[in-house]
Design a protein around this ligand. Structure first.
Ligand code: AHR
Length: 504
């Protein structure tokens, strides 16, 4: 197959936002306990944080981490999670039917975020709680001192206020599974009043209203419209969540998943702008894609979930939940999803891959044992390290292939960034064809290609697109040098293997 494209720095979309490379730590399964926090682990530091995991988080290039949920936040009592450990109550977590010991809480997370070098993104509970608790939490975290709650933080060892620039007003409040699920109007009013009160204390906050939990929600569109009608002047962002998986062995559709993300984003932008136009606002609402990933919902997959506890049974603490093992094709899709986010950098200015460790995550740990990289680690780390400067629009001229879910879809997708400071161009490409390689010819305009400093691909070296990484073979799926790349008279040519993700 052949495809072509033109790259021109004049086709600028927006700056690369570091927040595109956010992630998510929820009190769910082994994300926190035996994930980022395991005091008895041989690599644990004096705070009980696994330093092998901290190293991998830094290598992944995560910018922002959302906390503490997720569905968990809708039953969260933040006060339980601070102060002397021995006095912290053990609680039931209704969202995940588990027991929360609160051994790791808000102050530990802030210390961990500091060590990991990530910006915290905090979610408040608008499921079982409301305005007062959200403002109290904000006071605890950000007020300098001299009040009950700020002095409590100081007494707990954090003299300086925490720097938490971005806050989520609840989580997935459109979902019937959410504890304290609400109608759009109920939620919109609560989010608006909570946001207004929070802004009295901290006018500088960036606030995120809950959008739809996925593109296919029956309330999608209407939910965003109503919520934004209530909150438009208070919030900066509307959120989007999306999880994708391969259904019934339909690999071609799965590989075309990013087309759904593209459409979802475009439709939320259109909805938000229509509300803005009707309300006569110049302000443009930004999009926070603060949960996205591949997630297999099939309970029979190994590690996917534990059976629901029976009535009367005790609930487990930090059970194995949502521990998906990712394969090569998942990594190609994840790379393509990040390309979609990047291409929408004019409106998607925050995003969080869900999640970071063990739970649908790029990093896996064994309790007391090793930590390693899942396949999906690689495109994320490569893009976070190399996407810099401005995002450029690239419109590949590509053959298409039929997919059952999305109709005819271009085989090649691409996006580029150019960094004027370093002079580096980064081109990200995906080949969605199941068994055909594609040669891509790129014309470079307004750019002098001096050399190709690196070209790497994620592809099935042994032909197995379902290959995974394991503790014993952690590098089976990784980025490999792609030597089928060369400068041409007016650009460059590169060969993309079937089912592959490439960075030039
Ligand atoms: O990331 C796992 C869960 O997915 C989150 O808790 C929830 O917000 C979403 O439904």
């Amino acid at each position: 197959l052949n495809a072509s494209m033109t790259i021109d720095p004049a086709f600028r979309i927006a700056p690369v936002h570091r927040r595109t490379f956010g992630s998510f730590v929820e009190h769910l399964g082994r994300s926190v306990y035996t994930g980022i926090f395991e005091p008895d682990h041989p690599t644990a530091d004096p705070d009980g944080f696994r330093t092998d995991v901290l190293d991998l988080v830094r290598e992944l290039g995560v910018s922002t981490v959302r906390y503490p949920g997720g569905n968990f936040v809708s039953g969260y009592r933040w006060e339980d999670s601070v102060g002397p450990r021995a006095q912290r109550p053990t609680r039931l977590d209704l969202a995940w039917q588990a027991v929360e010991t609160n051994e790791f809480g808000l102050d530990e997370f802030m210390r961990w975020a500091h060590k990991a070098g990530v910006e915290p993104m905090m979610a408040v509970n608008l499921g079982t709680r409301g305005l007062a608790e959200a403002v109290n939490l904000l006071e605890y975290c950000t007020y300098p001192g001299g009040t009950h709650l700020s002095d409590l933080r100081i007494a707990h060892g954090a003299t300086d206020p925490y720097h938490i620039p971005i806050w989520c007003l609840g989580n997935e409040m459109d979902g019937p599974w959410q504890i304290g699920h609400k109608t759009a109007l109920e939620y919109g009013r609560l989010a608006a009043e909570t946001g207004r009160a929070m802004r009295i204390l901290r006018p500088d906050l960036e606030l995120v209203a809950c959008g739809s939990s996925h593109h296919g929600m029956p309330t999608f569109g209407a939910w965003e419209r109503t919520v934004l009608e209530e909150t438009y002047d208070v919030v900066d962002y509307i959120s989007l969540h999306a999880y994708y998986e391969e259904h019934d062995g339909d690999l071609p559709s799965f590989l075309a998943t990013a087309t759904d993300m593209d459409a979802f984003i475009d439709e939320v932008v259109a909805t938000a702008d229509s509300v803005g136009a009707r309300l006569g606002h110049n302000k443009r609402i930004q999009l926070s894609f603060d949960e996205w990933n591949v997630w297999y919902r099939e309970p029979e997959r190994p590690g996917a979930t534990v059976p629901a506890p029976q009535p009367g049974e005790r609930w487990p603490q930090a059970p194995r939940q949502l521990e998906d093992h990712y394969h090569l094709a998942d990594a190609v899709v994840v790379g393509n999803l990040l390309m979609s986010l990047l291409r929408h950098s004019d409106r998607v200015t925050a995003a969080c891959q869900a999640q970071l460790v063990n739970v649908i995550a790029p990093i896996v740990t064994e309790p007391g044992g090793r930590a390693w990289k899942q396949t999906i680690f690689h495109p994320f780390a490569a893009m976070s390290a190399n996407a810099a400067g401005d995002v450029l629009r690239v419109e590949p001229v590509s053959p298409t292939r039929h997919t059952d879910r999305y109709g005819a879809v271009p085989v090649v997708d691409a996006v580029a960034t150019v960094d004027e400071e370093s002079g580096a161009l980064a081109l990200f490409l995906v080949n969605r064809a199941v068994d055909e390689a594609v040669r891509v010819d790129t014309t470079l305009r307004g750019l002098d290609a001096v050399e190709v400093s690196s070209c790497v691909s994620l592809y099935a070296t042994d032909g197995d697109v379902y290959a995974t990484n394991t503790a014993d073979d952690p590098e089976r799926v990784s980025l490999r040098p792609n030597t089928d790349v060369h400068l041409t008279a007016n650009g460059l040519g590169v060969e993309l293997p079937p089912v592959s993700w490439t960075m030039v």
